[in-house]
Design a protein around this ligand. Structure first.
Ligand SMILES: *Cc1c(COP(=O)(O)O)cnc(C)c1O
Length: 422
């Protein structure tokens, strides 16, 4: 920068000269206001997350409070106790994580595994593979048990690989969102892994509060979830729970965690001692509080029933359109429904068209020839289902595919009525 003040100027003159000086090296950009970027009416978020949020969550998300102090302490206390209900655990070691579901996954992995730790990852697809990758990155000795697309792990194969590799930690996904597979024998997987002395980490990001999962009763050591899926909160604040056995491993480890933010012992200072770790995402925590409170108001039993009823009705509507569901019924996930596309129609075409023409967002899936419609939290509402099945059917017609739109909508209605309206 050139100095265009003169030594004889007074300090005030020098300041004035500085503010009128040549333009800064990085010029101020011209940008559009959000109102001209966002659609006039929000799109209906029916993809694999984030999902629509209730008003109470949106309102809470607009509030900023002190991240330390009595008000926050009360909020945190309630978040933990509601999270215990949702996880079905009495464990003391429930914590929030500032970050996506993946940050909670990384918190689980990086606190339980370090260089040399033997980790077995059951890999059904994209997200279960991510946990294996995280374990490799902390230097663990990772074995993967790769499961074919649209299949569930063979318990015999699991027992054999456990026998052979003696893992200290086993990771598994409850619902594999990428190919819409439900690991329906999760309880057996946990039992077999626990019998060998391993700790079991379960990714329940898309399933928590949408279908039964009982951390204590099933013997799970770590459960993780994100905010923006089943809980219908905002993305960016996640939850994790450790069993006593898992916490003991975290507490007594001698190798420090390379992730400072994700160090569970440091995080405990905030989540249990009302002390400072990092500035908590207060608005997001308030939003999560409201999301959890709404789960408690509804109760898990009713919430599971709502999810099942809505997802099965959606599946019935999609099938009646003449489209194929991607995953066989025996291991089909209800939380996210995968739909195979007719030849000549690409996921990108469908997702773009349904969004632009019908203001409904759905998702593709990491190179698979499918589109996915979420059934998590607020997505499981009848009026959203009608709009979505209609928009999907119209989109397929517009793209030249042969679907029976009236039959799809009728099947949706029949399925919902048969299951009984509430
Ligand atoms: C969405 C998802 C994740 C990742 O969550 P992010 O919030 O995107 O990091 C992990 N596992 C499963 C099963 C998911 O559905």
């Amino acid at each position: 920068m050139t100095d265009n003040t003169r030594p004889t100027d007074s300090p005030a003159q020098q300041r004035a000269a500085a503010t009128t000086a040549a333009a800064l090296p990085v010029p101020c950009p011209g940008v559009d206001p959000l109102t001209s970027i966002l659609p006039d009416e929000p799109l209906l978020m029916m993809g694999a997350g984030p999902v629509p949020i209730p008003d109470a969550v949106a309102k809470a998300n607009s509030v900023v409070i002190n991240h330390l102090g009595d008000t926050m302490a009360r909020v945190i206390d309630q978040v933990k106790s509601m999270a215990r209900y949702v996880f079905q655990t009495r464990s003391n070691w429930v914590l929030g994580v500032a970050g996506p579901g993946s940050a909670a996954m990384e918190m689980a992995v990086s606190n339980l595994a370090w260089p040399g730790t033997r980790v077995l990852s059951i890999v059904n697809g994209f997200f279960s593979g991510r946990m294996a990758e995280m374990a490799r990155r902390v230097g663990a000795e990772v074995t993967t048990l790769d499961v074919a697309d649209r299949e569930i792990v063979s318990l015999d194969a699991l027992a054999q690989v456990i026998e052979r590799t003696r893992p200290e930690v086993v990771t598994v996904v409850h619902g594999e969102t990428s190919n819409t597979v439900w690991n329906r024998q999760l309880q057996d997987i946990v039992r077999i892994a626990k019998a060998s002395g391993a700790l079991v980490v379960v990714d329940a990001v898309c399933t928590l509060s949408t279908m039964p999962l009982e951390m204590d009763a099933w013997g799970i050591d770590v459960v993780i979830t994100g905010g923006q899926k089943g809980l219908s909160s905002i993305p960016g604040v996640s939850l994790i729970a450790f069993s006593d056995a898992a916490w003991e491993r975290v507490r007594t480890r001698t190798v420090p965690n390379t992730h400072w933010c994700l160090d569970a012992m440091l995080a405990e200072n905030f989540w249990h001692n009302a002390g400072y770790h990092y500035t908590a995402p207060v608005s997001g925590v308030l939003a999560l509080h409201e999301a959890l409170r709404l789960v408690c108001t509804e109760t898990l039993e009713k919430r599971f029933a709502r999810h099942q009823r809505c997802s099965l009705a959606l599946q019935s509507g999609v099938t009646a359109l003449g489209l194929q569901l991607y995953t066989p019924e025996a291991c089909r996930l209800n939380s996210v429904v995968g739909i195979a596309l007719p030849a000549g129609v690409t996921p990108r075409d469908v997702c773009n068209h349904i969004s632009q023409q019908y203001q409904v967002e759905i998702a593709g899936s990491f190179g698979l020839p499918i589109v996915r419609i979420g059934q998590m939290g607020e997505q499981c509402r009848e009026h959203h289902l009608f709009r979505t099945v209609h928009a999907l059917g119209r989109t397929m017609c517009d793209l030249g595919a042969n679907v029976d739109l009236p039959a799809g909508v009728a099947a949706l209605e029949e399925s919902l009525s048969a299951a009984g309206r509430r």
